[in-house]
Design a protein around this ligand. Structure first.
Ligand code: NAD
Ligand code: ZN
Ligand code: ZN
Length: 363
């Protein structure tokens, strides 16, 4: 048996997304079917649609979601029908060289559902980040379901599934931001603002938001930025240095994924500081840096895959902080929309009008 539901699909490179009938198989061994309640629109969905991730069209988009487990396959023990979960794209395997080395947040062989969801004509879909959640029901590996406190509404909880976790983790896990640090975040969308909120949570005392859009900078202040820089009008590197006694920041985070921005982050950090790349570059982008600067500045240049998070450890912790009023997930939700408005949400994201549009399924 399979379920027939509606979902948002990118059929071909660059084409507007469409709503299609999706066939979701009954869960097999180790799999679960989740009734999606809310799913945020992340810039990575747009990267998929533009062919910037890979060419495995058609994609079932959406990957930042919360919902309720509605069926489980054989051998599933970590979740039961009725459990409220946030979906993750890091179901760690426990067996790869990263897991065996005690660093499961780098897991090189994460689990996804073995079966494929398909279009009505049987065409197999590539689910975005192994999830695919702009759909009423989705099939995932049970390890992709992380149970959280149902007191947190799905519009807020779902955001932990990608962008907010990526940003918070880029600051705290990858960048190691701690009390008294100075941080600069380049690009203040959902991911960058989460890096700002995460830096505040970790006790950073100088948090500089850099963007080319004044609206974004205004929102960034609400997330905890102590200073803002419009890098279209001001030399961002010079201004960051000025704001940090001439030295640069301890941690500089590129939450755009663009060579010019990466260079700014590289030069805006202090000696022995850390540069974190959490924005996703496209496959054609290149950076050229004087090697003496790479050596002479010391410190570290790190990529942050999914904020180096461990969903089982980090999602419930952030939900607890949210429920205690210490981490404002609701502030990331600019609007709730129906499935039919994802294409419009991409345009709003592109125009800088939203932090997160969140698809909800009672609309
Ligand atoms: N590493 C990961 O695991 C991970 C996870 C989720 C998203 N991402 C990536 O993070 C990036 C940001 O995602 P998002 O959802 O926040 O996107 P978004 O579109 O909401 O935000 C991007 C922000 O960057 C700003 N910006 C654009 N060009 C700029 C420039 N030259 N200088 C300064 N600011 C600039 C925009 O004004 C906007 O505020 C994307 O590349 C996305 O694919 C990475
Ligand atoms: Zn592993
Ligand atoms: Zn994402």
């Amino acid at each position: 048996m399979s379920y027939e539901v509606k979902g948002v699909v990118a059929l071909s490179k660059g084409a507007p997304v469409t709503i299609e009938t999706i066939l979701v198989p009954d869960p097999g061994p180790g799999e679960a079917v989740v009734d999606v309640q809310a799913c945020g629109v992340c810039h990575t969905d747009l990267h998929y649609r533009e062919g910037g991730i890979n060419d495995e069209f058609p994609f079932l988009l959406g990957h930042e979601a919360a919902g309720v487990v509605s069926a489980i396959g054989e051998g599933v023990t970590n979740v039961a029908v009725g459990d409220y979960v946030v979906l993750n794209w890091r179901a760690v395997c426990g067996e790869c060289r990263a897991c065996l080395a005690g660093k499961p947040w780098y897991c090189f062989n994460t689990h996804n559902a073995a079966q494929k969801m398909t279009l009505a004509d049987g065409t197999e879909l590539s689910p975005a980040l192994g999830i695919g959640a702009f759909v009423e029901k989705t099939l995932v590996h049970s390890g992709q379901c992380t149970k959280v406190d149902p007191a947190a509404p799905p519009t807020a909880a779902g955001l932990l599934g990608c962008g907010v976790m990526a940003g918070v983790g880029a600051a705290i896990n990858t960048g190691g931001v701690t009390r008294g640090n100075s941080v600069a975040v380049f690009g203040c969308g959902g991911v960058g603002d989460a890096a700002i909120a995460g830096s505040k949570l970790a006790g950073a005392t100088t948090i500089i938001a850099v963007d080319i859009d004044d609206r974004k900078l205004e929102w960034a202040k609400g997330m905890g930025a102590t200073h803002t820089v419009n890098s279209r009008e001001t030399d961002a590197v010079a201004r960051v240095r000025e704001l940090t006694g001439g030295f640069g920041v301890d941690v500089a985070i590129d939450a755009v994924g663009h060579p010019a921005v990466f260079e700014q982050a590289f030069y805006a950090r202090d000696l022995a500081g850390t540069v974190v790349l959490v924005g996703v570059p496209n496959p054609t982008m290149e950076v050229t840096l004087p090697m003496i600067e790479v050596f002479g500045r010391g410190g570290a240049i790190k990529s942050s895959w999914y904020g180096d998070c461990l969903p089982s450890r980090d999602f419930p912790m952030l939900i607890d902080l949210y429920l205690q009023g210490r981490f404002d997930l609701d502030a990331f939700v600019s609007e709730t929309i129906g499935l039919d408005a994802v294409e419009a949400a991409f345009e709003k994201m592109h125009a800088g009008e939203v932090l997160r549009s969140v698809v909800v399924f009672d609309k």
